[in-house]
Design a protein around this ligand. Structure first.
Ligand SMILES: C[S@@+](CC[C@H](N)C(=O)[O-])C[C@H]1O[C@@H](n2cnc3c(N)ncnc32)[C@H](O)[C@@H]1O
Length: 359
């Protein structure tokens, strides 16, 4: 027997040893990202994650900061309103423009994240003397405006923050398993799972269509309500994702199928989120109250993330302009630069609109 043959025989007799699965260099689970979750302590890790075009867990990268500041032209001594505090990135940038004189009032409905942001900003020197954070819906803007005598500038950066999306306990992402919650404030209202418990097929189809223009709204509504009627509650993100995947199984097995499933998941989760948080209703109320909250010459900038929001904002600003409430408004949307979109994928769908209150 040649040496080569001998070696082959020995190899075929040795039982195949399974290699340990390579887990990768970086933590994959939210809880394992302990360095990203402590940005003050692990600055290098954070810089590395951001430089790679990702958002570190537990953090939010503010969008279109320069465009917003260019438009708002904040002067020391002014009074502002940040409708959507989030991680506080925009708030901090606006506070810096005040140079220690003036005040910003900020709202958010998320008790968990706004408490962290309050502490983070206070630690950076922005305490109660210059920043008042209120745990309330931005549709109560009229109450705060009345209390403080109106605002020189207002910002609303709608939707959800990266910290909320990334935290599996909140149920915002179809990519990780978690309870199907989707509430911005988990202490109020009902979760998306509870909403699905009692919804009719027709109402669900309408919700998916109205809130997300979902092309498969009828098929999905039937599949979801059938599943629940059979006694299988859809109370986790994975269960909802599985029903969506099963419903779209009829699609031809080609390259596009995976992408269609992903987009359908995104739209379905978005439609449910809009519903459980009454997002259109509160935005409508906010837009109605906006003129009364701005001082003459006051500026407002609004960032939206899907067509339903943008249409509502555009319509309200246009109507206000026609009525002479606003002296100027954005006829065209302002979009983030290609460079910003490359650095922060979450900026890609952003549209900014603005208006100036007549003197
Ligand atoms: C996109 S994030 C804001 C990020 C923030 N601009 C930053 O730079 O970190 C949107 C925030 O608005 C909050 N939010 C959404 N709807 C709200 C509402 N109706 N009233 C108050 N806060 C709201 C969310 O909880 C979330 O924290």
């Amino acid at each position: 027997m040649s040496e080569q043959n001998n070696q082959n025989t020995q190899e075929s007799q040795t039982p195949h040893k399974r290699r340990v699965r390579y887990k990768g260099k970086y933590p994959k689970k939210f809880e394992e990202k302990y360095k990203e979750l402590q940005p003050e302590k692990y600055k290098d890790t954070i810089a590395h994650v951001i430089q790679k075009g990702n958002t570190p867990a537990g953090m939010h990268i503010s969008i279109m900061v320069n465009e917003i500041l260019d438009f708002l032209k904040i002067q020391p001594g002014e009074t502002g309103f940040d409708a959507t505090l989030g991680y506080g990135g925009h708030t901090k940038a606006m506070l810096e423009c005040l140079k220690g004189e003036g005040h910003i009032y900020a709202t958010d409905v998320d008790p968990e994240e706004s408490a962290k942001t309050r502490k983070r900003l206070a630690d950076q020197g922005f305490g109660e003397d210059i920043l008042s954070i209120r745990l309330q819906n931005f549709c109560t803007i009229d109450e705060i405006a009345k209390e403080v005598g109106g605002f020189d500038f207002i910002l609303a950066d709608l939707g959800v923050s990266s910290m909320q999306i990334d935290n599996p306990k909140r149920g915002f992402s179809f990519k990780v398993d978690g309870p199907l919650d989707l509430r911005l404030n988990q202490e109020k209202g009902i979760s998306a799972a509870e909403r699905l418990d009692n919804i009719s097929e027709e109402e669900l189809a309408g919700m998916l269509y109205e809130n997300s223009d979902e092309p498969y709204c009828e098929e999905l509504a039937k599949a979801i309500t059938d599943e629940i009627r059979r006694g299988n509650r859809i109370d986790t993100t994975t269960k909802l994702r599985n029903v969506i995947e099963k419903t779209l199984d009829f699609l031809p097995n080609n390259k596009e199928k995976k992408d269609i499933i992903k987009k359908t998941c995104q739209r379905t989760f978005q439609a449910l989120r809009i519903d459980v948080n009454n997002e259109f209703e509160v935005l409508y109320e906010f837009m109605e109250k906006l003129p009364g909250a701005l001082k003459p010459g006051g500026r407002v900038a609004i960032l939206t993330f899907h067509s339903g929001e943008d249409k509502l904002v555009k319509k309200a600003l246009k109507a206000g302009y026609k009525e002479g409430i606003y002296s100027e408004y954005a006829r065209d949307v302002v979009r983030p630069s290609a460079q910003e979109c490359a650095q922060n994928g979450r900026a890609r769908s952003t549209k900014m609109r603005w208006a100036v209150k007549a003197e």
